[in-house]
Each structure stands twice: as structure tokens, then as C-alpha cells.
Ligand binder design. Sequence first.
Ligand code: 2AM
Ligand code: CA
Ligand code: CA
Ligand code: CA
Length: 280
Amino acid sequence: NNATVIGGKSFTAVAINCASKAGEWIKTKLGNYASLDIKYSSHDLVTEIDKGSERLIRNLVLTHFPHHSFLGEEGVEPGPEASTRALEDVREAEYLWIVDPIDGTTNFVHGFPYFCVSIALAYNGEVIVGVVYDPMRDELFVAEKGKGAYVHGKRMQVSKEETLRGSLVATGLPAEHQYALPLNLKGIQAVAPKVRNLRIAGSAALHLAYVASGRLSGFWEIGLNSWDLAAGSLLIQESGGVVSDTFGKPYELGVRNVVASNGLIQEELIAALAEAKANE
Ligand code: 2AM
Ligand code: CA
Ligand code: CA
Ligand code: CA
């Protein structure tokens, strides 16, 4: 597919290079950085390492592709309105890089080793490359539209579990406490008794990568952003899974309330959230 190569430079190769370089640097900074800022509340944190990681990725991407657009979490004011506007501003771009420089900042800050770098490239609004890198385990998850998804160079496949009852499912505890957290607590109350068990490990993008690789059968969360979801969604789709909003509408950029799974438990998971009115 020629669309993925310009002047001999593969988009995917650049995405992988950015994610590994940023990830390796982040890892050296674990437990070893100076300043911690609070963005919105004590639940919403940012460090100089988030900003440094984003700068590194942005510089590398724009050196290779100076005419591409770039949307990174740390380039956007906090809060759902600003992030919606920021996406709308660049959504029409031909090539758009969507980057979360550290997904799982709270874990990073506490030394809990579960966070990642998430990098996606969208072409005319459709995600065509997704890379998620976990530096603590040196795990690189890579997907290209129509070409499958890989971890450690091996093709990934979603789990074959057919029931919620037999599923390990993950979710998140949103930092936004007005709307997203209460809604997701309702969802947790509804889903927890129906699944084998729940995991809330603190990185949406890594949870999505785990659904793609079959380690989890499903994931849902309320109030996420494009940089949390874009790369991981392609990983799942290219591994045979399904990503939608909480009503079952197929994933596209701009979806915030997400349900993702191996496809087999998608309806059951959506129904459990709907029954508890935990979907909007
Ligand atoms: P972050 O670490 O990049 O901020 C955990 O449930 C997930 O929620 C993580 O992917 C985390 O991403 C994200 N998250 C943290 N604070 C958030 C906020 N204020 N609004 C939306 N998502 C947030
Ligand atoms: Ca953040
Ligand atoms: Ca994030
Ligand atoms: Ca982040």
C-alpha cells in the first residue's frame, strides 16, 4: 500500500521509532524526576516527563513529515471541551498524528509499572497506523490498517471467550468526578458480578492492547480522549475484535465512551451497561 510510504519513509517505522525512543527515555525517569503538576484536580496529574516525551515524539514526527498535523495530549488544555475542540480543529487534516506521550501518568508517578506510549496516524480521519509501547516489559504492539496487528513481531488474535461469565474485563476510574466517574461506577456495579473478574490497571491504551492480544476479553470506559483510543482501537480491529461506543456505534475519532472486546462478548457487555443506564 503506497499510501503508507512517502519518499521511502514508512509511517509505521517512524511511529515505532518514536514510541521506542520515548518509552526508553520515560523508563530511565521512573522515580527520578523533579516536578509534578496538578492539571485539574489531585486526580489529574502531569509531569515534566509527559511533556518531554511529547516533545521528543513531535520533533521526530515533524522532522520526517513536516506537513503532517499533530495532536498530543500535552498540547491541549485540560478538560473535555478543550479536547473536543482540539480534535475538531485537526480532524479534517490529510495526515494526523494522535499521541499520548504517557498513558498511565498516575501509575508512572507512583512507580506502578503499567503505562505506555500511544501513537496513531489517521489518514483523512481514519486510523491507519497504531503503535502502543510498554517500556517496562519492552512490549511493542503494532497495527497497520488491513495488514493485521503484531506484538513481539507475532500476529495477535483476540480471545475466543464467548461469555461475559468466562471473561476477564478491564475498565477505568475516570479522573473527571462530575460525570464520568459516577457513570462508570454504575457500570462497574453492573458488570462486576457478570464477569470472571475486573481489572482497573490505569492505562486505557494498554488495556486496549491487552484486548487485542487476548489477555483481556473486553474493556470499557467513559470520558476518554482520541489519544487514549486511536492506536489501541486499530490494534483490536486488526486482531479480529470490535470497538464501538457504549451504544454499539462503530468506533471513530471523537468517541469518548468506549466498549471494546473480542466481538463475541460485545453485545453482552453493551447490554449490561445499558441495563444499568451506565452508558451515557
Ligand atoms: P493519562 O494517564 O494519559 O492521563 C485511566 O482510567 C485512563 O484515564 C488513563 O488512560 C488516563 O490517561 C486517563 N485519564 C486520566 N485523567 C483523565 C482526565 N482528566 N480525563 C480523561 N481521561 C483521563
Ligand atoms: Ca493525562
Ligand atoms: Ca491517556
Ligand atoms: Ca497521557
